[in-house]
Structure formats: C-alpha cells, structure tokens
Ligand binder design. Structure first.
Ligand code: GLY
Length: 323
C-alpha cells in the first residue's frame, strides 16, 4: 500500500512522478522530494520555486520544509534566495541534529557548501507581475493594499506513504507576493505548514500563513487522527474550528486549506475557500485532481473536469504584457 496527496492542481505532474517511485517499492522521502522539485522547476507557477513572485523589494525569498515520519527528523529553510530546489536543501538539513532550520544568508551559505544548484529564481514573467502590481498599487487605498494568498494555487504541501509504512511531509513556497523582506509564513514551521508521524499520518497546509500558524493546524489534524479520527473528519473539524475561532476573535479568517493522509492511505481535505484543488495518487487510484467545496461543515470533493483542467493550464501560461 502507498499513497501521496498534495495541495493544488499544480502538484499533479509531481505526484505522477512520485507514484512511479512508490509503485516500484521506492522511499517516501525520495518520492516527495521528486514531486516537489517538479513543482519548483515549472516556471509558470507563481507561488513555488522558479517563477515564484517576489517580495516588495523584487527578491524571490523561498520557504520549504521536509519531515520524516519515522524518525521525526525535520529540516527547513526560510527566506532563502537564489537556489533552485529549497525542498532538497530542507531534506538535507533534516539529517542534522542541530541547526536543522536555517534562514536567509545562513541557509544560502549551507546550501552553497553542500553543493546545491544556484539559480536566479526571478523569472522574466515574475518581473512583469511585479511591475504591473507596483503600478496597480499606486492607484489603491491603504485598505485595498492588503496582501493575500493567490487565487487558484499557493504553497505546495504534500504527505506521502510508502510500502514500508514510512511517511513524509514536505512544503515549498515563495510565500505571499509583495511580502516584507524576511517575512516567513507557515510552510517551514513544524505543526503549522506540515506535520507527519508514521505511526498516525500527516497533514499539510496552504493559505494565509499568519492565520494557519494561529491554530498549529497540521499538528492539530495529526492529533485528531491519533485519537482515531478518519483524515476527512480530522480536516473538517480542524478547519471549521480554526475558521470559527478566527472569525469570533478577529472578525475574519484568512484562507485555510488542508490535506491529510493516514498510515492506511486514507485521505481527507478541508478548506474555507471556494475552488480549492488538490491531487491524490495511491496504489488503488491513478493521479486524480479534485475540486472541493464545504457543505454544512463537510468538505465535498469532485473530480475536476477536462474543461477545468485545460482552462487551468491555459490561464497559467497565457501571455503576459507589461501594463
Ligand atoms: N502559506 C504560505 C504562506 O503564507 O507563506
């Protein structure tokens, strides 16, 4: 038995690659790293790796994490610049007993010494997005200037189970477009952006990092699964509760979308937004993209239509002009 679940449609090519590894008795660490690298390397995704949108100083600062559910090893990088595959650096860091989460220049020095590929991660397309945004922002009021997660895709977060029963979790993101230099979201933070324990299962998040962190929501889902809950119920309860708490205490809740898988390969997803997509492959099902909506506190999943899938890629790769 094996399985892999990931946030957003953008992960489907990656989890397809991972499924070849998993069906050939491969390791959950290799599978998840391969899957996330695929997303990081695709230039048309604006929120992960090369092509990710920059901070307010037009620099692409990336966050990523890797967790091994057998040993509970965690490695993470935050606000790292100019490296092609932050997920691989995070995985390498997970082998360190101390200094396993590095930020900024420290993370870059480590990656350089370890021989990871350097790359300017600011694509020409991302530069156009930045310049257009600067022009648009000049015309906006202070309230309208609030920065938000992207619509349709954001952090890639994954949970993977291999045939040996080992589970892993991983995340990678460029964070919020126009964030402050040095801003770090939930993605590299254990318990918030990801958590996995091979004795139970794992979860990973996408959405507004500042709000996801208020509920340590990935850990909360694993905790609920440990109490015996199915991943779907654990996701429904954790997302509904955090959404409610945030609205009660703060008047509004940011985007919260969660994926989870347990160590039996059962999975669940919940969100508080419209149009959240995710992808799953298991030994029992080919890679499939689903769309979700919440109905009465339960997340309902539909297989994405071919028309939706075609339109997705068309929108991502549409020509972009400077305004
Ligand atoms: N969830 C990604 C971020 O807030 O940076």
């Amino acid at each position: 038995m094996w399985g892999i679940i990931a946030t957003w449609r953008m992960a489907v090519e990656g989890i397809t690659e991972a499924s070849y590894i998993l069906e050939n008795h491969g390791d959950a660490g290799d599978a998840i790293e391969t899957a996330i690298k695929e997303v990081e390397n695709f230039p048309y995704y604006k929120s992960v790796g090369f092509g990710g949108l920059p901070n307010e100083e037009m620099e692409v600062e990336l966050d990523a994490a890797y967790m091994d559910g057998n040993t509970l090893d965690i490695g993470a990088v935050a606000a790292i610049k100019d490296f092609a595959n932050p997920i691989s650096i995070a995985r390498r860091l997970s082998k360190e007993k101390v200094n396993s989460m590095l930020v900024g220049e420290g993370a870059e020095k480590f990656a350089h010494k370890e021989g990871f590929e350097r790359k300017n991660m600011l694509s020409d397309r991302a530069k156009i997005h930045y310049k257009n945004r600067v022009k648009e922002d000049c015309l906006k009021s202070l309230e309208e200037l609030e920065i938000k997660p992207y619509t349709g895709h954001d952090t890639v977060g994954m949970v993977c189970l291999d045939e040996s029963g080992k589970m892993t979790a991983g995340t990678s993101t460029s964070g919020l477009f126009m964030k402050k230099k040095g801003r770090v979201g939930d993605s590299p933070i254990s318990g918030s952006g990801f958590y996995v324990d091979s004795k139970v299962g794992g979860a990973s998040a996408t959405g507004l990092g500042e709000d996801l962190m208020k509920g340590c929501i990935s850990y909360e889902i694993v905790r609920l699964m440990k109490e015996g809950m199915h991943p779907q119920k654990a996701c429904d309860i954790a997302v509904t509760n955090l959404d409610k708490e945030l609205k009660e205490r703060r008047g509004k809740a940011g985007d919260l979308s969660l994926i989870a898988m347990n160590n039996k390969g059962e999975w669940g997803v919940a969100t508080n937004i419209e149009g959240f997509s995710f992808a799953v492959a298991t030994d029992k099902q080919e890679p499939i993209v689903y769309l979700t909506k919440m109905i009465d506190g339960h997340c309902v999943h539909e297989v994405a239509s071919q028309e939706w899938l075609d339109n997705y890629m068309k929108t991502r790769t549409a020509p972009l002009v400077e305004k």
